[in-house]
Design a protein around this ligand. Structure first.
Ligand SMILES: [Zn+2]
Length: 229
């Protein structure tokens, strides 16, 4: 029997659990009130929330950012390599092949999806930030950002980019879409407008506007150098 406090935390964190996102609980776990669910949720809380559990760089970065909650959950799954890439599905024997069905040029693991697959690589190239592909998942939070832009905004922009790269991948697989790096970059710029209201401080809004202006400029000026497949 969980204490009221533990039960409350259990229900709150359950809403963010990848098991809940997947529509089921882990084996031996009948629901959020069970001891197994509680154990899983306490673990997730420790990785997502600052000031609880061991320090965890990704959890701190994700949870303190102002991206929408759906993007935060996505980011957590990204940095834990829990996304349903073909490599992960193959490892679980759900698929027979891990080859990327977008480019047929390699194993579709998280690095391929977000940095190597031509459309994704094209987006980074358009932003003049291809160097991030060589960074570790810890160092990417502190990637060199373009001059004259507020580096404090980078975690927000980074998650926005990753979110749209995953959406583009899913669009190809599930919606028969074939987005170009230009259209993906354009959607990222649009997201920065839609999510701008999440910032209350005028200087933060100004910084985000500068980032968006940079994205728009790059998307336009690099059209001749970045050719989509
Ligand atoms: Zn690919």
């Amino acid at each position: 029997m969980l204490t009221p406090s533990a039960n409350q935390r259990c229900k709150r964190a359950a809403r963010l659990s990848p098991f809940v996102l997947a529509g089921h609980y882990p084996p031996g776990c009948s629901g959020p009130e069970s001891s197994e669910a509680h154990r899983q949720i306490v673990h997730i809380e420790g990785t997502l929330e600052p000031n609880q559990g061991p320090p965890e760089v990704h959890g701190r970065r994700i949870w303190s950012s102002r991206v929408p909650n759906k993007v935060k959950v996505f980011s957590w799954l990204y940095f834990k390599d829990r996304l349903s890439t073909r490599a992960n599905l193959c490892a679980k024997s759900i698929l027979d092949t891990d080859q990327c069905q977008r480019c047929s040029a390699g194993t579709q693991d998280w690095h391929h999806v977000f940095f190597v697959c031509p459309t994704s690589a094209g987006v980074w190239a358009r932003l003049n930030m291809s160097h991030v592909a060589a960074l570790s998942d810890v160092d990417i939070w502190n990637a060199d950002t373009p001059p004259n832009l507020d580096a404090k905004m980078w975690p927000f922009v980074l998650q926005s980019i990753l979110w749209r790269l995953w959406d583009a991948r899913n669009g190809t697989i599930f919606r028969n879409e074939h987005p170009s790096s230009r259209s993906v970059s354009s959607k990222i710029s649009d997201d920065l407008v839609i999510w701008r209201k999440r910032f209350k401080n005028d200087s933060d809004v100004h910084s985000l506007n500068s980032w968006r202006a940079y994205l728009l400029y790059c998307n336009s000026s690099n059209s001749s150098t970045v050719v989509d497949p």
